[in-house]
Design a protein around this ligand. Structure first.
Ligand code: MN
Length: 739
């Protein structure tokens, strides 16, 4: 058990206006103390009889809020609004009174802040959503409303222990989910850290106490070493001629807690809790200092981040690296200029002063654009709960920034995967990607990257892109590289299919393939057809764009063509004329005029599931969805088109049937008889003996539809001596897929 420690952020306790004026003075900008005194007097008068739950005068709260605003370097209008922010809500004052006394600007702001909080306690989800809708509405007019609200929330969090346990939880949760992210988005690191640590303290007291005591222990034990380290930093940088301030701090509790949880690390193994900060005077010294640090301390791979080259959306700039100390424990080092440090701590406040100094309008600011966008979305969303969800999600930008093992920062669209990452780094890394580690943990290739991930790609020489990857990669680079690879593989496969087809045809005429390939006729043919070589020809045959018969007719001499070789078959070879058939019966969805034809490889029949592919210049080829060509992906998926069978069709469809049969007299007669009886025609028949007593028959029959085909297959199977009667589909133009 751990004793509950004090809250991680001290209570801002202000009992008079003087500290507020001091903070304003420290800003070095002109302001009107008389106006603030009048505002203060009015607020004190209005709140005079009220007390807070702590028992203190209510006035201490607006005083603390205005002090926080002055301390955050916001202008006197903000500070005045802080003093008045509760008068419309909690006292009898009206807008008119305020406007008469202090003018329209302050009144608008006070009204804006009031509206943010007005419905806070109605119904929980509704009320929260309402709150944020109004807040955004108001902020679109003036972002100072949000700044005052953040200061108000910060002081309320500092004094939360006076609230009921239920209220503590509710307010803490809201702070974690809504206000801290807004502070973060506006670059206000300190406010964000304070809000988160306080919410953590009240929401998870046990976890906080445990972490707190662990860190105290570590800080105590490591104090000397840390001081030594700081001294070494100072000396090393000085020797290198770099002027810099060196500080160190314990990281924020909530960020440590989240990191432990994210990485599943036990508190006892916590070591990365310290951050050193090197503040240099000039830009070039930042990188010089980084070089010095990396020369003297071993950097942890993958932990270097350059937010100078790539600032965060909230304009944060800094170098981050993690190096290993003397005893092997890593610690983070942040290196930046004084200016960057100011922006890092104050965010929009620093940015604001800069713009103000240059007389620029803050409305052009990126942050305001972000808020305006939220406002636009808000208009479209009716359900306040939906809006709340949207607001939570879209506090984060559309991009994710991740790191290579070398520490390079790469930017990806949201939803990117390790495959996208691999292809961005190198094409070959993508092609051979076999797995991925994110922050040292193996993850599926389809998992999405999140900000700050360190990605390591595992490769294997045997790994290759899969078509499945196209379903989840998001970058166009990865998509096109994968497609390109798949096409190349398809071409290779087509070559493998096309070559034996052509050679089989050549051998029918006793022509030597090698001689034909090297011959003059082939060279001429290739040139006329615009092909780069025989490989190109093989792939065309494999893709079914050219038939081997056609090629043979062009490249062999008339004398060769006149003498086809004898087929070594005992069975009679029967060839019948193929009946022509039309392209009428298939409808292409929404494209009545497209010419459609049945693919030769599978010859689908009515009643069967079919799919269409748009071919180059030949219309739509229609395949059975079971066709191996469809499954083997010889086709480009983008060319797929929906097709369906037309009704009332009189056509006949050709189907190839393969049969194994005992080689005996009368077999073919029985076969033709059965087919004729079932009202079908044979358009082609081939038979050959493969081994003594066993023949293979391939017959092309004409059928009306699927049912008709099934009848024929059944009848053929019933003939004695016939086995393995099967419908055939081919995987290339003429290449038989079945054994
Ligand atoms: Mn308040």
């Amino acid at each position: 058990m751990h004793l509950q420690p004090p809250p991680p952020v001290p209570v801002t306790k202000i009992e008079s206006l003087d500290p507020v004026l001091e903070r304003l003075e420290a800003q070095g900008r002109p302001f009107d103390p008389d106006l603030l005194r009048r505002v203060y007097g009015f607020s004190a008068d209005m709140h005079r009889d009220q007390v807070r739950r702590s028992g203190e005068p209510y006035l201490f709260h607006p005083l603390a809020v205005s002090y926080l605003l002055a301390d955050l370097k916001f202008d006197q209008t903000c500070v005045a609004t802080g003093l008045l922010h509760d008068v419309l809500e909690d006292t009898l004052t009206t807008r008119d009174v305020l406007e008469k006394r202090f003018g329209a600007e302050i009144t608008e702001l006070v009204d804006g802040v009031t509206k943010i909080g007005r419905h806070a306690y109605v119904r929980r989800d509704q009320a929260q959503a309402e709150t944020f809708r109004k807040m955004i509405l108001a902020s679109a007019k003036d972002i100072r409303v949000i700044l005052v609200k953040l200061a108000d929330r910060l002081h309320n969090m500092q004094t939360l222990q006076h609230m009921s346990p239920e209220a503590r939880r509710r307010i803490s949760r809201e702070t974690l989910e809504i206000y801290a992210p807004i502070a973060h988005r506006l670059g206000m690191a300190k406010v964000k850290g304070d809000l988160e640590d306080l919410a953590f303290y009240f929401l998870y007291p046990h976890q906080f106490a445990e972490l707190h005591s662990k860190i105290q222990e570590k800080v105590k034990l490591g104090q000397e070493e840390v001081e030594r380290l700081r001294e070494r930093f100072r000396r090393t940088l000085e020797e290198a001629g770099i002027e810099a301030e060196i500080g160190f701090r314990v990281k924020r509790y909530y960020s440590i807690y989240q990191k432990l949880r994210r990485q599943g690390i036990d508190i006892s193994r916590l070591y990365d809790y310290l951050a050193f900060r090197i503040i240099t005077s000039t830009d070039k010294d930042v990188y010089a200092a980084l070089g010095v640090v990396h020369q003297n301390w071993r950097p942890v791979p993958g932990r270097f981040k350059d937010y100078i080259a790539m600032p965060k959306p909230n304009l944060y700039q800094s170098l981050h690296t993690t190096v290993v100390g003397e005893r092997g424990q890593p610690f983070e080092v942040q290196i930046r200029t004084r200016e960057m440090d100011l922006v890092a701590e104050e965010g929009i406040a620093a940015h604001w002063r800069y713009k103000e100094g240059k007389g620029e309008n803050l409305a052009s600011d990126l942050n305001i654009l972000w808020l305006r966008q939220l406002l636009e979305w808000q208009k479209e969303i009716q359900d306040p709960r939906t809006f709340l969800t949207t607001l939570k999600i879209d506090l984060y930008p559309d991009e994710v920034y991740v790191f290579t093992p070398k520490g390079e920062v790469l930017c990806f669209p949201r939803g990117a995967t390790p495959i996208d990452f691999a292809y961005k780094v190198h094409t070959e890394l993508g092609h051979h990607c076999a797995g991925a580690r994110v922050n040292g943990k193996l993850v599926p290739l389809r998992s999405t990257l999140t900000n700050g991930d360190m990605i390591e790609i595992l490769t294997s020489p045997n790994s290759a892109p899969s078509r499945d990857w196209l379903n989840f990669v998001v970058t166009s680079r990865a998509k096109s590289k994968i497609r390109h690879w798949l096409n190349a593989v398809q071409k290779e496969r087509a070559v493998e299919i096309g070559r034996p087809l052509l050679e089989k045809e050549l051998r029918k005429y006793k022509a030597s393939p090698k001689k034909v390939y090297d011959g003059k006729a082939m060279a001429e043919y290739l040139e006329q057809e615009g092909m780069s070589g025989v490989e190109d020809l093989f792939s065309r045959i494999g893709f079914g764009k050219t038939s081997p018969k056609h090629v043979v007719a062009r490249v062999l001499s008339e004398a060769q063509l006149a003498e086809p070789a004898e087929e070594p078959s005992r069975l009679r070879k029967v060839v019948r004329k193929i009946l022509p058939f039309g392209s009428g019966p298939i409808l292409v969805k929404g494209q009545g005029d497209l010419l459609a034809f049945l693919a030769k490889c599978c010859n689908p029949v009515p009643g069967e599931d079919i799919v269409g592919y748009v071919t180059r210049g030949r219309g739509v080829s229609v395949h059975s969805t079971d066709c191996p060509n469809v499954r083997n992906l010889l086709y480009n998926q983008d060319r797929e088109i929906e097709v369906q069978w037309a009704k009332d069709d009189e056509s006949r469809y050709r189907v190839t049937v393969g049969i194994e049969a005992t080689d005996e007299p009368g077999m073919l007669a029985k076969l033709t008889e059965v087919i004729a009886k079932l009202d079908s025609n044979i358009s082609h028949l081939e038979a050959e003996t493969v081994e003594p007593g066993l023949g293979l028959i391939e017959v092309v029959v004409q059928v009306r539809d699927r049912k008709h085909l099934e009848k024929i297959l059944k009848a053929l199977r019933s003939i004695p001596g016939m086995s393995r009667v099967e419908r055939r589909m081919s995987s290339g133009n003429g290449a038989r897929a079945l054994p």
